[in-house]
Design a protein around this ligand. Structure first.
Ligand SMILES: Nc1ncnc2c1ncn2[C@@H]1O[C@H](COP(=O)(O)OP(=O)(O)OP(=O)(O)O)[C@@H](O)[C@H]1O
Length: 866
């Protein structure tokens, strides 16, 4: 028997149990009619239009009332509500909207809130707009709060200032509150209260920063705090007023650690650098690592170490930078090490209060403010960006209907009937959500994915069966008229403006038109792929420009790698503000593969140095570290500095991997694994998302990924672990995989001239003397074969030897910090010390062994070498 025959028989036989679409549909419709009506978007629209008309009606009636109240008031008083039912000729009112207008206005103004009644027009207006548009254009609850406050405040204030007027400026409500206030607080008290309430509201709403006030106060000379008030960069005034017996008074934490941060510090939990080690830093900044097994056995040693350290360290030091010093720093090299710092005795460390009383001098210290490096830096304004004209989402009703019908018909061809279909119109695609009829299995639709896409015969159709968490099936169909999402609009949005993210990036708009703004610091790295011409470069510009709108040059540096040589060249203008480069390099934007390898390795060194700093400060990540530095709890003389975020952007990764392979992959993998905690983040883009380019190691460390249109399903799987990116429609249409979710977005658009304008605007402002310098890196291979000769000693050789022997610690970073050397020079010195037998061989991440135990022995060796 044929399938068809069976079907035609069914309706005539017994009542079907859910397989016949027609009958089922009818049943459903009868059941859910009222509910559906309430939920129906048309009902919302009708209500919205009513609200808008109400708003207009009240506005006209109120405005007319302002001019006609005198004539109409008597009549309303006399006839009250019966005025509405009276004969037209017997009572004539002046209000433009007749008796109802006069009556309503009287109620709102006279019996209600006076002039504040206009807020009701606003209320109806926002309710109406939201309902008609079908989404939250205005935030209702927030506005209701403002309206309630406004009704109370405006009516009371109006009543207060117009006590002698006949017009009901404050209405009955305003009069009542005003009278009560005057009785309770007196006239002056009431005036003051209203003033305070008004100002508080303004401050709450606009959050003025009062910087001018702060600057005015700061400009006044401070009472002399210390001799270092004379601007004298690079001079250190040390005032160790702490009594010699400080060590007895230094409080210990429960776990035996001292607050000062120069004692036993637990290693950072997540850096993976020194697992299971305890780190002891002595007063002279030497570092000792003790394996945990020895911990209890060597407790005496630790005590001894601490005592030694306390004797040598003297008091814990606090640091203050004066305004003048900052100014002089701004003129000179804006490096914290180069600043005149005033070093203060501690104020909180004493245990014995009575004994310490005379020594305690509470010193008012401003927190360190990194942005003072370039204090008059102005963030780019939104005016520099264009409002691309097609921003408005075009909702073509006939197109929607056509597509709806086509989807229903297509599904019918496969014997799939549906209960409900709804549409959400996005900037580039419209999402049709389908609820299949009872009994239709979603897997059936999923299996038919390709056939359905084919039947709908439009490019860029994507079927999501089911939409996660919703139990509906989504079919995304491209719009005939697409809208451009301007970056300007995203940056102007409250979500971006008010964002407290560390590195906010405005990526694009979702299908429901919600702005998608994410924190690169949380991602913590981003992988982007897409075939050529699908919107990658625009995407990179979008990310970079978003960061430029939110960050100060002191807080963020970019390392830009552009093998294509042209894509990122615009950013050259902001080299001295926002770019980082290798020392001695001409160009900050790296285009040469060899230099890329050097730069990546230099970034790894920067990462290691940052980890050293974090360890020394007893902090686990850049946020904690910078917080401590800002609080002036870290001493720049020990190499501490404010750490800006570093964002590495590689525009064509495939190119690099093809030419340099492992040499590029290794440092990238290392950075991707470890750099997040120290504020180094990676954005890597590629045209060719094949497995030999996006390797397993790289993929594993890039949980956030963006795919623009790619050429095949395989490419889509390589980048997103799922197909779909091959069905995108290009021009910034993208899929973002982040936090385990896959979201389709329209990437925000920013054109090259806009980027240029922003770069020019920043570039014209006062800058640092040069780009942020990354540590030096010398290729091991280049150094190979070069004999380390003691004849050719570094002029700092003897000093370095003394530092190492005094501290009994063979660590390159100790030399770097103590002698303010670059990594390379410190490394070469260490090799020479090894050649002279002063230290042992390199032991990887551990410090080298120091073979010379006393300074006397060292002097002998130095004499021998001559
Ligand atoms: N978000 C967007 N909104 C609208 N149009 C876009 C968007 N992104 C890209 N386009 C359009 O697509 C064109 C190509 O984009 P883009 O230059 O970013 O591609 P690409 O992937 O970087 O190409 P290539 O790899 O060849 O450099 C742009 O000139 C622009 O017209």
């Amino acid at each position: 028997m044929s399938k068809n025959k069976l079907k035609t028989e069914k309706p005539e036989s017994k009542k079907p149990r859910g397989n016949d679409p027609n009958v089922l549909k009818q049943d459903k419709e009868v059941e859910v009619k009222v509910k559906e009506l309430v939920k129906d978007e048309r009902t919302h629209k009708v209500l919205g239009v009513i609200c808008l008309l109400l708003s207009l009606y009240c506005f006209i009636a109120f405005t007319s009332y302002l001019f006609t109240w005198e004539e109409d008031q008597d009549k309303v008083f006399r006839y009250s509500a019966s005025l509405l039912l009276m004969d037209m000729d017997s009572v004539k009112v002046e209000n433009l909207l007749g008796r109802l207008g006069a009556f309503v206005s009287h109620w709102f103004f006279y019996k209600g809130f006076g002039i504040a009644s206009y807020l009701f027009c606003y209320l109806f207006f926002i309710l109406g707009v939201n309902a008609v548009v079908g989404r939250r254009v205005f935030r209702i609850w927030r506005n209701i709060k403002y309206i309630l406050f406004g009704l109370l405040f405006i009516s009371t204030t109006a009543a207060f200032v117009s006590m002698l007027s006949d017009f009901p400026w404050g209405g009955a409500m305003g009069d009542a509150v005003n009278n009560w206030l005057i009785g309770f607080l007196g006239r002056a008290g009431a005036a003051l209260l209203l003033l305070v309430a008004g100002l508080s509201w303004l401050i709450w709403k606009y959050n003025f920063d009062f910087k001018w006030l702060e600057e005015k106060l700061k400009a006044k000379p401070k009472p002399a705090v210390a001799p270092a008030a004379v601007p004298e960069p690079a001079v250190i005034a040390v005032t160790p007023q702490q009594p010699a017996n400080t060590k007895e008074k230094e409080p210990r934490r429960k776990n035996g650690l001292r607050e000062s941060g120069v004692s036993v510090i637990p290693p950072p939990a997540d850096n993976g650098e020194l697992p299971e080690m305890q780190l002891i830093e002595r007063a002279d900044a030497s570092i000792t690592l003790i394996p945990p097994a020895n911990m209890s056995a060597s407790e005496e040693e630790v005590e001894e170490e601490e005592e030694l350290e306390e004797e040598e360290a003297g008091p814990l030091l606090y640091i203050e930078e004066t305004v003048e010093q900052t100014a002089s720093r701004n003129k000179k090299k804006p490096n914290t090490e180069d600043v005149a710092w005033e070093i203060k005795p501690p104020v909180e460390e004493a245990e014995d209060e009575t004994e310490e009383e005379p020594v305690r001098q509470p010193v008012q210290m401003d927190p360190y403010e990194p942005t003072l490096d370039l204090r008059d830096y102005k963030y780019p304004s939104l005016e520099l960006l264009d409002n691309h004209s097609t921003e408005k989402i075009v909702q073509d009703a006939s197109e929607l209907d056509r597509n709806k019908n086509q989807i229903i018909d297509t599904l019918k061809n496969y014997d799939i009937s549906i209960q409900k279909i709804s549409a959400t119109v996005g900037p580039t695609v419209t999402l049709y959500e389908i609820v299949p009829a009872a009994g239709v299995r979603i897997s059936r639709i999923k299996n038919l994915e390709d056939d359905i896409a084919l039947s709908l015969s439009a490019l860029g159709i994507r079927i999501i069966a089911p939409i996660p968490g919703k139990g509906t099936i989504g079919i995304e169909v491209p719009n005939v008229k697409k809208s451009i999402v301007s970056l300007r609009n995203l940056l102007a949005s409250e979500k971006f403006q008010q964002s407290s993210m560390e590195l906010p990036i405005a990526i694009g708009k979702k299908i429901d038109n919600e702005n998608f703004i994410a924190d690169l610091a949380k991602m913590p790295h981003l992988l982007m792929a897409g075939a050529t011409g699908q919107g990658k470069s625009v995407g990179i510009n979008t990310l970079l420009v978003s960061l430029l709108y939110k960050k100060h040059p002191s807080q963020l540096k970019f390392v830009l790698v552009d093998p294509k040589k042209v894509e990122l060249s615009l950013y050259k203008l902001i080299e001295k503000h926002f770019l980082a480069k290798l020392p001695g390099e001409e160009e900050a934007i790296i285009t040469d593969t060899k230099k890329v390898i050097h730069t990546l390795n230099a970034l790894c060194i920067e990462m290691d140095l940052r980890y050293d700093l974090l360890k020394e400060a007893g902090t686990r990540n850049i946020k904690e570290y910078n917080h401590k530095f800002v609080q002036r709890r870290l001493n720049p003389q020990r190499g501490h500095r404010y750490l800006p975020f570093v964002v590495l952007v590689i525009d064509e990764f495939a190119d690099l991997i093809m030419t340099a392979g492992k040499e590029v992959e290794m440092p990238i993998a290392r950075l991707a694994q470890l750099a997040r905690a120290v504020g180094i983040h990676l954005i890597i883009a590629t045209q060719r998302p094949s497995v030999n380019i996006i390797t397993g190691t790289i993929k594993a460390n890039f949980p956030a990924r963006i795919a623009f249109k790619v050429s095949s399903k395989i490419d889509s799987r390589t980048i997103l672990d799922i197909g779909g990116a091959e069905q995108l429609i290009g021009q910034g249409d993208m899929l973002v995989s982040f936090n385990g979710e896959l979201v389709r977005l329209q990437c925000a658009f920013v054109d090259t001239p806009e980027v240029e304008k922003v770069a020019e605007y920043i570039g014209e402002q006062r800058a640092y003397p040069e780009a942020y310098l990354l540590p030096e890196y010398v290729d091991e291979k280049e150094m190979e074969g070069k004999e380390i000769s003691l004849q050719d000693r570094d002029p700092l050789f003897e000093e370095a030897a003394r530092v190492i022997v005094q501290n009994q610690q063979g660590s390159t970073s100790l030399l770097q910090r103590r002698m303010k050397l670059g990594y390379n020079r410190a490394g070469r010195l260490m090799d020479q010390l090894e050649a002279a037998g002063i230290v042992g061989p390199n032991m990887g991440s551990k410090a080298r062994e120091v073979n010379v135990k006393t300074e006397a022995d060292l002097e002998e060796i130095l004499n021998d070498i001559g």
